[in-house]
Design a protein around this ligand. Structure first.
Ligand SMILES: [Zn+2]
Ligand SMILES: [Zn+2]
Length: 307
């Protein structure tokens, strides 16, 4: 059956009732005019290729989501191979983004040199590029995971493969083990033999930030979003990934807030500073508008509120 875009009512129901929440949180979860409903996908898009029913807040809560606790509450980033300045996203910026986005402490582990590791690798039969086995990486991450890690995420500029029969994979995660690995190799135009554009560094950072929080979102048991345009939307190709916003829609924001318990205003303020620092002007502008909406004391009950 083809994907049927959600109605406004269905999207609001997915967010759940807001009446019993503190006012600031109610406002942050009220879409207002700042979010777009998911529309009809085009040929080749994720929702044409993969049938997804979506995950409402109630379904998310029923799935017993994994939450950080007093012991396991840090996000570790494990660089695999080189992150050469000028050709890779800045590790410090990725760490800063993860910290602002999830409101949890993030740490960068010492890099693992591919050549000195025991990770299986091969040459891709089509591109001739070196590829590392995700299976081996996930086993290594699980074995070396620190006791205070909520999750450990390996990040790499190397290309990946999950199985000898597969061509490649962007990334892979094990929710049960709270580990994942994600490659930024295919976000570089050079990978496809194209020239790097002037704004290449910013584009690579934007793409890397987006995939990192999307995949980390999955580790928090947040499924793909089908209700609004959202960073948790599935993506089947680079153009679709680029069209996804950097931010969470109210359904997915509520899931993450439920797990982590952050202050929504403080989180948006930290994201605003990050976007400003990174030169992500459109995102900074959007967060600033959203903060005004949340903090607007003049505003009464909104027509979008459910319940
Ligand atoms: Zn995904
Ligand atoms: Zn969403």
């Amino acid at each position: 059956m083809n994907f049927k875009p959600p109605t406004q009512q269905e999207a609001l129901q997915a967010i759940g009732k807001l009446n019993s929440l503190p006012r600031k949180l109610q406002r942050a979860l009220d879409p207002g005019n700042d979010f777009m409903l998911m529309g009809q996908p085009k040929d080749g898009d994720w929702l044409v290729e993969y049938k997804e029913a979506g995950q409402t807040l109630a379904e998310f809560k029923n799935s017993n989501p994994i939450k950080p606790n007093g012991v396991r509450n840090k996000i570790y980033l494990q660089p695999l191979g080189r992150f050469t300045e000028g050709q890779s996203p800045s590790l410090d910026m990725l760490k800063a983004y993860v910290e602002a986005f999830f409101a949890l402490e993030a740490n960068i582990l010492p890099a693992i040199a591919i050549g000195k590791s025991t990770l299986s690798h091969r040459r891709n039969p089509y591109t001739g590029n070196r590829q590392i086995s995700t299976r081996d990486i996930l086993i290594l991450l699980k074995r070396t995971r620190l006791p205070d890690a909520f999750c450990t995420l390996a990040i790499t500029m190397e290309d990946l493969y999950p199985h000898p029969y597969w061509n490649f994979v962007f990334g892979q995660a094990s929710l049960r083990d709270r580990v994942g690995v994600f490659s930024f190799a295919r976000y570089d135009p050079k990978f496809y033999g194209e020239d790097r554009t002037k704004d290449y560094q910013k584009l690579l950072l934007q793409r890397s930030c987006k995939v990192l929080v999307h995949e980390t979102g999955h580790i928090f048991t947040v499924a793909h979003c089908i209700f609004f345009k959202c960073v948790m939307n599935g993506s089947n190709h680079l153009q679709e990934s680029d069209a996804r916003p950097q931010f969470l829609c109210p359904v997915c924001l509520r899931k993450l807030q439920h797990c982590i318990g952050f202050d929504v205003v403080e989180r948006y303020r930290n994201l605003f500073h990050f976007y400003q620092q990174a030169g992500f002007d459109a995102e900074a502008k959007w967060v600033s508008k959203r903060l005004k909406w949340i903090l607007d004391k003049q505003h009464g009950r909104c027509v979008f509120l459910v319940g």
